[in-house]
Design a protein around this ligand. Structure first.
Ligand code: MTE
Ligand code: QUE
Ligand code: MOS
Length: 786
């Protein structure tokens, strides 16, 4: 009933009213202190001393804390290689050196300035090329992905192209900066409220930082003001800073980074530099692709190994590669450690093949959409470079329908004519695809647990490990549970995420928050229903209940519920519109009456369940097994116009068609699709990270870092979903949506490439990402031979 409906976002009203509580909206408690982070003044070198005398003399300063105050010196999601605070070696500009605690927020910056950090600078490594020359490898993929015989196919191919695809990093630009408040409790316990996508990791990191057992720490996440991957690992040390100060001073401690500081300190999307060789025939059919993906991991591992692997998994894009060889290396540089960002390496892999296909079409003077069409996964060509075979693949249909609805052929013709008129503007149009693998590639993360409490008035409280960052996971879980009990969505509340209710949870990431936690919540709801159904059956059979006597079936109820809850026991009993119906007798009772009777008969009205995605298991050494549960697919057509004199670009129109299975909430999914597309477009066109020669980030504020604004959105924008009721691999036939459409922003970049092809005079086009106006203008100038 509530499945597939446009139920409004569970925070819609409070967001608009300004009542939603983010970390810094939490009221100050008595004695609360403010924590500031002092960053390194050099990008690489050795810490010689920290002079905190003057700072400690400040009337508001309550303490200065260094690495020596931490029980564990390092943290890290995959490998414990990141110091909480610099011990001796400094590895990036603004790396955290020490903490200060202040009585007043207003004094934090003044106290920080009184700290004298002495450091000895040594030359750092700041590019993939330098790191490669010095052999600074953070991680190398276990085995290459291989199919067929790439060298033989390259040697025999009628045409070959070689090149390097380069793309830049990206700042997450969540509206709520990294933030946490820690409350010291009795017996050395600590409760941390954190803006984090990964409460379980935050709990662990806080415990390790303080040297206390995990059960002494509770991490609560009500919501984030955006995460986008930037709060998956990086929220944890921030929470640990607050917890350390709270633990030392026995006062509540709050840390809220300023926007500028957040932008300077925290890691970003990985820049990549991908070398490739590609062989193809006269029609543009890809015969062989050899690629080595190289990422800039920054100073520490963070999630870089998994991100590199996801880039490798997405190098094929939506296209069948009969002969392929893909390798990956992540290099260590003296940048902030790069981290998860929407798409998690997928965009950097996918964009490489889309760039190659644009080049192939340009080389053969063919329509790039036709070159893409003949390369799409289809018919018998469904095997990926890592051996997984696509099921229920809609790519050819999506391509056909989208080109038709976007009027592609007609617009291509019109634009070609427009470009011949020499108006000082050139236009380009391009279609690109997304085929995003849904599952964490680290198998152990594909699990979730849920707690469902049915109250006596027939309302429900649901708790899972999912964290709300605006993406609507709470709303989707609300719908799933409401649907299970035949109740309106208002009858269900999704409660704040807390590690005391849900244990050992995975980060809300890999677009799988609703998939995993929604499935767990459904299992828990089904367990309760399986206890209620025998009671309802007995009631319909005319048994009357004396609350002083035990209902016989009640004894069976728990056993029944503990059976696998994949299905509800089939008994002709249905939960609909607040009532319980018996399809055998046609009788019905109010759900609340059933609940009351159950309670009187001591039948449990709460349940817990654990879900794990079935049939997963990719062996990355042997490159065999299923890496993904299924794929979310889609395509976009974008048309751009470039001013030939300034390099300025605008998107005239964009059309998107996504396969989201049976959408749980089309309104939310539309928001995710448009938002992800625009964020992806920003990455490839205007979001340019600029550093000075000392590696200070110059683009560290909204005035110097250009994210898309409302005027940058496509003048005409169509978002549509294709019908697909066949995804039986996920809850209610839905598909994950969070990251996949991010990859479609690429179509704006390839459309720029297409526009440039009209002025290329037969030359190869060299375009980097982001294609800022400067980049476009310089390439145009080169192509025109000026
Ligand atoms: N949408 C909003 N509004 N804010 C966010 O921070 N993060 C994205 C995506 N959509 C994000 C968002 C990222 S990186 C992921 S992995 C997914 O949401 C996570 O949520 P889900 O798995 O519940 O879709
Ligand atoms: C996608 C993701 C993640 C991922 C793999 C994906 C992710 C993540 C991890 C990960 C891997 C190893 C670990 C760990 C986490 O893998 O977000 O703790 O030891 O955190 O394909 O989004
Ligand atoms: Mo999203 S990058 O998986 O948090």
């Amino acid at each position: 009933m509530s499945i597939g409906m446009n139920i409004r976002h569970d925070s819609a009203v409070t967001h608009v009213a300004g009542e939603s509580v983010f970390i810094d909206d939490r009221p100050e408690v008595r004695g609360e202190v403010h924590v500031g982070v002092v960053g390194s003044p050099i990008a690489r070198g050795r810490l010689i001393s920290i002079d905190s005398k003057e700072a400690l003399a400040h009337p508001d300063c309550l303490g200065v804390y260094t690495a020596a105050d931490f029980h564990a010196k390092a943290w890290g999601t995959i490998k414990h290689d990141q110091p909480f605070l610099v011990v001796e070696e400094i590895s990036y500009m603004q790396e955290a050196v020490c903490l200060i605690a202040s009585k007043r927020r207003d004094s934090v910056e003044a106290i920080k300035k009184l700290i004298k950090v002495k450091a000895e600078e040594t030359p750092g490594v700041f590019s993939i090329d330098e790191a490669k020359a010095k052999g600074e490898v953070l991680y190398r993929a276990a085995s290459p992905f291989m199919q067929g015989n790439v060298d033989a196919a390259l040697a025999q191919a009628p045409h070959c192209l070689k090149g390097v695809f380069r793309c830049g990093g990206q700042e997450h630009f969540y509206l709520e900066s990294q933030a946490a408040i820690a409350y010291p409790l009795e017996n050395g316990q600590v409760e941390v409220h954190s803006s984090s996508q990964h409460p379980s990791e935050t709990q662990r990191v806080v415990a390790e930082a303080l040297g206390i057992p995990f059960h002494q720490v509770v991490c609560v996440v009500k919501r984030m003001g955006g995460g986008f991957g930037g709060k998956e690992s990086q929220g944890a040390p921030i929470a640990a800073y607050a917890a350390l100060v709270a633990n030392r001073l026995k006062r509540a401690a709050r840390i809220v980074l300023t926007k500028d500081q957040d932008m300077m300190i925290t890691g970003k999307r990985h820049p990549f530099q991908n070398e490739y060789e590609v062989g193809f025939d006269g029609d543009g059919r890809l015969l062989a692709v050899k690629a080595i993906l190289q990422s800039d991991g920054g100073a520490y591992l963070d999630l870089s190994s998994s991100i590199l692997e996801r880039a490798m998994f997405h190098l094929d894009g939506a296209y069948y590669l009969p002969n392929v060889h893909i390798e990956g290396v992540c290099y260590r540089t003296h940048h902030h450690p790069h981290t998860a960002f929407r798409g998690f390496g997928g965009p950097q892999g996918n964009m490489t093949i889309e760039s190659i296909l644009e080049d192939v079409a340009h080389f053969l003077k063919k329509d790039a959409s036709e070159v893409r069409r003949i390369n799409l996964y289809s018919g018998q060509n469904l095997r990926t470079p890592y051996g997984q075979v696509l099921e229920n693949n809609l790519l050819p249909e999506i391509h056909e329908r989208l080109l038709k609805s976007a009027n592609y052929q007609k617009r291509l013709k019109e634009l070609t004519e427009f470009n011949s008129k020499r108006t000082g503007k050139i236009r380009g149009i391009s279609v690109t695809a997304t085929k995003f693998g849904i599952s964490f590639t680290a198998r152990f993360l594909n699990q979730a647990n849920a707690l469902v409490n049915l109250q006596l008035d027939g309302t429900l409280q649901v708790s899972t490990g999912a964290t709300e960052m605006g993406q609507g996971v709470n709303t989707k879980i609300q719908q799933i549970v409401a649907h299970a009990f035949g109740l309106p969505p208002e009858s269900v509340r999704v409660m704040p995420t807390s590690t005391e209710k849900n244990h050992n949870t995975s980060p809300t990431a890999a677009s799988s928050g609703s998939d995993l936690n929604g499935a767990a919540a459904l299992l828990a709801a089904n367990r309760i229903k399986n206890r209620l159904i025998p009671l309802a059956r007995a009631m319909f059979n005319g048994l009357s209940f004396d609350p002083t006597l035990e209902f016989e079936a009640g004894k069976e109820a728990d056993k029944e519920a503990d059976k696998e809850a994949d299905t509800v026991s089939d008994s002709g009993i249905q939960f609909q519109e607040g009532r319980v119906l018996d399809s055998l007798s046609g009788k019905s009772i109010r759900l609340q009456e059933l609940i009351q009777t159950a309670y009187q008969n001591r039948i449990s009205l709460g349940s817990y369940a654990h879900y794990k995605t079935p049939d997963l298991g990719f062996d990355k050494t042997k490159v065999t097994g299923r890496a993904f549960n299924y794929y979310t697919q889609g395509m976009a057509v974008s048309e751009v116009e470039i001013d030939e004199y300034t390099g300025e670009m605008k998107v005239r129109r964009a059309d998107i068609l996504m396969d989201l299975g049976r959408s749980l909430n089309p309104g939310i999914d539309r928001g995710q699709t448009t938002g992800a597309f625009i964020q992806g477009m920003g990455w490839v066109t205007s979001e340019h990270l600029v550093y000075d020669e000392k590696r200070n980030l110059l683009s560290h504020s909204p005035t110097t870092y250009k994210i898309p604004n409302v005027q940058d959105t496509p003048r005409e924008f169509h978002v549509d979903f294709i019908e697909n009721p066949h995804n039986d691999r996920n809850v209610h036939g839905s598909k994950a949506v969070g990251e996949p459409p991010f990859l479609l922003g690429t179509s704006v970049w390839t459309a720029i490439k297409h526009a440039l092809s009209y002025r290329a005079n037969g030359k190869e086009i060299h375009l980097v990402s982001p294609a800022t106006p400067e980049v476009i203008l310089m390439e145009l100038t080169r192509l025109k031979g000026m």
